[in-house]
Design a binder for this molecule. Structure first.
Ligand SMILES: Cc1cc2nc3c(=O)[nH]c(=O)nc-3n(C[C@H](O)[C@H](O)[C@H](O)COP(=O)(O)OP(=O)(O)OC[C@H]3O[C@@H](n4cnc5c(N)ncnc54)[C@H](O)[C@@H]3O)c2cc1C
Length: 380
């Protein structure tokens, strides 16, 4: 990243949202000479306690951002994944070659560690970070954006990047043609805990009305995810209900999924989240305001690609700003390069979830996943 061509189309940028996409954009722009300010609404700039799967194309994007070694050090790198029947019977290894020679095949990391790695890079790149703040108003004027912040301060930037996730405030303010993401009917249960002693690679469990998987996130950490139909309830699951509810839903599972059910404790991090997704209609920019990440291409975890898509979008945006004569040209080129690839991932992920809800044949679902992985391996 240190020898990237400098960006001349803009001199300053505001990134709204310091999550995976926002931090990637801040790093990619700052290392190309742009003066970047990043704001996050969370006063402590925290992230959830779960792990995250970093599949091959995501590893490639992090390599391009100069962070592969950090992920290899603090996370887990695996040569592939294993497929089991839900009861623990081994079926086969998943054919998961590296997307490029020299890259690891797949991996995972605890989210707080990934955030720390990215936060360190953001600070080292000279990005000015302000927390506990959001945007109240954005006005495109004379090739720049006037911004009113929620603390009463104001600023003016050559570009504003909305990377403020699925309920994006930037999207709400500036993109009237877009809408809130929609529930897909499925939900994801997750537990993060110690690694089962016999687990070497990622594991997936099929053949049940629920689908489960285990991702290695470090030498001795994993998280297990379980996809179920969303259970509409009048109230959310209380924290102390989640543990028992998740164990119950794992009742039929064997192998390491059964080991996790029997070994998880009330101190382990358990989470339940209804799934939502939406590929937002074009255009993705308005004047000098542009969206990336879940704000514009929110997906479900079926292809474990939401973070990868966000990092890719950040890199492509920086590349196009480095290439184009004007920011407006760069934003059009960014959208042109990203729209079809992101739409494919979002729509395929939704379709896989729908097939699981309908108890579709495992071969059909496997073919949908395999086809998408093949397309994702193509350069971004
Ligand atoms: C259950 C589940 C499992 C997943 N598993 C995986 C996986 O294994 N692999 C993978 O690649 N992807 C996975 N994803 C998707 C991935 O987490 C997201 O796609 C990714 O985090 C998107 O990055 P982002 O920067 O757009 O948003 P986020 O990472 O969510 O960051 C948004 C940031 O914006 C801040 N913010 C929010 N509102 C405002 C505001 N108004 N003003 C200022 N700041 C604001 C937030 O505090 C946050 O820091 C999963 C998603 C779900 C729901």
């Amino acid at each position: 990243m240190n020898n990237q061509p400098h960006i001349t189309a803009i001199r300053s940028a505001l990134v709204v949202g310091g999550g995976i996409g926002g931090m990637a954009a801040a790093i990619a722009l700052a290392t190309r000479g742009v003066k970047v300010e990043l704001i996050d609404i969370d006063p402590e700039w925290r992230v959830y306690g779960a792990g995250i799967s970093i599949i091959g194309p995501t590893l490639r994007a992090y390599r391009d951002l100069g962070m592969l070694e950090d992920i290899e050090r603090d996370g887990a790198i695996c040569a592939g994944s294993r497929i089991f029947l839900f009861n623990g019977m081994y079926l086969r290894d998943l054919d998961e070659p590296p997307v490029e020679a020299g890259l690891p095949a797949t991996g995972g990391i605890m989210r707080p560690l990934l955030h720390k790695i990215m936060q360190r890079r953001v600070i080292a790149a000279g990005v000015d970070v302000r927390l506990a703040i959001t945007v109240d108003a954005l006005a495109n004027r004379d090739h720049g954006v006037d911004v009113d912040f929620s603390d009463g301060s104001h600023g003016r930037y050559d570009l504003v990047i909305g990377a403020d996730s699925i309920r994006s405030r930037v999207r709400e303010i500036a993109f009237a043609h877009m809408a809130e993401p929609e529930r897909t009917g499925q939900a994801c249960w997750r537990v993060a805990m110690a690694k089962p002693p016999t687990l070497e690679k990622g594991e997936m469990f099929f053949g049940h009305r629920y689908t489960a998987g285990i991702t290695r996130c470090g030498a001795d950490r994993v998280y297990l995810w379980l996809l179920t139909p969303h259970e509409a309830r009048e109230t959310h699951f209380a924290d102390d209900e989640l543990y028992d509810a998740m164990k119950t839903r794992l009742a039929d599972f064997g192998g390491n999924a059964g080991w996790i059910r029997d070994t998880m404790t009330r101190d382990d991090w358990v989470n339940y989240r209804p799934l939502e997704a939406k590929i937002q209609p074009r255009p993705w920019s308005d004047g000098r305001i542009v969206l990336l990440g879940d704000a514009v291409h929110a997906t479900t975890p079926h292809l474990a690609s939401g973070a990868g898509m966000a990092v890719e979008s950040a890199i492509v945006l920086a590349e196009e700003l480095g290439r184009a004569a004007t920011a407006e040209d760069a934003l059009l080129a960014y959208e042109e390069r990203r729209f079809d690839r992101c739409r494919d991932i979002v729509e395929t992920s939704i379709a896989i979830g729908a097939a699981q809800l309908a108890s579709g044949p495992p071969e059909q679902i496997g073919a949908m996943i395999g086809g998408a992985m093949h397309r994702l391996a193509a350069p971004y």
